[in-house]
Design a binder for this molecule. Structure first.
Ligand code: CDP
Length: 229
């Protein structure tokens, strides 16, 4: 059987802090579909590795299996729990963000995450998923693929605003540097690198408001026959 999907899936990929998760959540709400944030699972694997001092891929996967993962419906999305305990907001910490690209480059970790992603979409009968390799590897037959971009400066400003550290130009420059480094690692890895699918529609959100970018993707999704109603 092909691992690709004929299920109604919207794949939203793009570089770090391009607004994928919040956009995907809102698109899913408007279409009445499930939102799955694939980055949350890579962050969960990294958080566990940091907490337990693990660096070997097999040990990280064994620890994930031992902890027991559940994906609990929460609004339009899924909350990740390990051993019944939510991993939010710990997986958004700077210490996790600094290590996540290294852990996400491990094929064994990617295989573990891909299983969770495909199971969640199969159970829901489709959904909106955001990440780096959704349109290229996880769901290459997704009915709609979007590649979300914005200039490094715009992405850095948005990320800092999200954590209430916006404003200072030196901070913005330092954050843009960290985002660029993560993109370099994500795009340069051997397995499932960050890459635009040839059949993806590109949406540059630099000059767009949040509502506008959501409306554009919802319109494309409706054109593609995707909505729960
Ligand atoms: O929200 P942000 O753009 O900062 O990142 P994220 O979507 O939470 O993803 C965190 C990290 O997970 C990325 O930098 C990638 O290293 C990894 N990731 C991946 O490799 N493949 C995915 N489909 C999603 C995330």
């Amino acid at each position: 059987m092909s691992r690709s999907s004929t299920l109604p899936v919207v794949a939203i990929d793009g570089p770090a802090a391009s607004g994928k998760s919040s956009t995907a959540r809102s698109v899913a709400e408007q279409l009445g579909l499930l939102h799955v944030d694939s980055g949350a699972l890579y962050r969960t694997a990294t958080w566990l590795a940091v907490r337990q001092g693990l660096s070997e891929p097999a040990a990280i996967v064994a620890a994930l299996d031992q902890a027991g993962i559940t994906l609990v419906p929460q609004g339009a999305g899924l909350e990740v729990r390990l051993g019944g305990v939510t991993v939010e907001p710990a997986i958004r910490d700077d210490a996790v963000t600094a290590r996540v690209s290294e852990v996400a480059a491990m094929p064994a970790v990617r295989a573990w995450v891909d299983r969770q992603l495909r199971d969640a979409i199969a159970r829901a009968g489709g959904g909106v998923m955001d990440g780096r390799d959704i349109g290229t590897v996880v769901f290459p037959d997704a009915r709609l693929k979007v590649f979300l971009t914005a200039t490094p400066g715009a992405r850095a400003e948005r990320r800092l605003r999200q954590v209430d550290r916006g404003g200072d130009p030196a901070e913005v420059a330092a954050e843009a540097e960290r985002l660029a480094e993560r993109d370099r690692l994500d795009a340069g890895r051997a397995v499932a690198p960050l890459r635009q699918a040839p059949d993806a529609r590109v949406l540059d959100t630099t000059g767009l408001g949040f509502a506008e970018q959501v409306a554009q993707i919802v319109a494309w999704a409706r054109e593609a026959g995707l909505s729960a109603d």
